[in-house]
Design a protein around this ligand. Structure first.
Ligand code: FE2
Length: 219
């Protein structure tokens, strides 16, 4: 795992142009315990661009959410970069593999998204997948309130949703919304021969969002 992560960090640092932001969609750790977090924090230092990290279900095992807050940052927050607006959301719940955003978060998002002007690129980042992911075995852990959340993101014309959890890359466009599931950059839990990869997302004014994949191999 160490080698794979280092290779991913090296590729990220050598990207030209340098990425404005690197997004990690959760599961930095395996069991959410202190040794896992210490290891993750040490490894993350290798990545030079600014990072946004959403918590995953593994990160919230064993009271790991408190370590995430202490060692990584808030479990959810908003961020802006020029005309990009990011909402980072805490979809896991402690010691559960299932995820949900819930009514309160949904109302909050509706209010926030409704206040944004048309030319702001709206980006949601959370760990659990909003729509079923193929090639991942028996479907499980789609957001428990996926129907309501999907309806909301389409109504408010969210531009981009970044998710993780299933380790299978999937890119899907529904109306104006691009939904992106990451594979994994370093976990041993790859699927079939999908291997490890990174997604490169190119957002430019007045152009459709472009996405490409850098394969990191399957070993
Ligand atoms: Fe996960």
């Amino acid at each position: 795992m160490e080698k794979r992560f280092d290779r991913a960090a090296k590729i990220i640092n050598e990207l030209d142009p340098v990425p404005d932001i690197v997004v990690h969609t959760g599961d930095l750790t395996d069991n959410g315990v202190l040794a896992d977090y210490e290891f993750a924090v040490e490894k993350l230092k290798a990545i030079k661009p600014n990072m946004i990290i959403a918590p995953g279900n593994h990160d919230e095992r064993n009271y790991g959410q408190s370590l995430f807050r202490e060692m990584i940052g808030p479990l959810e927050f908003e961020s802006e970069k020029e005309d990009l607006k990011f909402f980072i959301l805490n979809s896991p719940e402690p010691d559960r593999d299932e995820g949900r955003l819930g009514r309160r978060r949904q109302s909050y998002l509706e209010e926030k998204l409704g206040d944004l002007s048309e030319d702001i690129v709206k980006i949601l980042i959370f760990h659990h997948h909003l729509i079923p992911v193929p090639y991942a075995g028996r479907e499980m852990n789609v957001l428990e309130d996926a129907g309501d959340i999907l309806d909301m993101v389409l109504r408010y014309k969210v531009d981009l949703i970044l998710m993780g959890h299933r380790h299978v890359r999937r890119v899907l466009r529904i109306n104006n919304t691009l939904l992106v599931n990451a594979t994994t950059a370093s976990s041993i839990r790859t699927r079939g021969r999908f291997g490890h990869s990174l997604n490169i997302i190119d957002i430019r004014k007045d152009k459709p969002i472009e996405i490409s994949e850098i394969k990191l191999g399957d070993s």
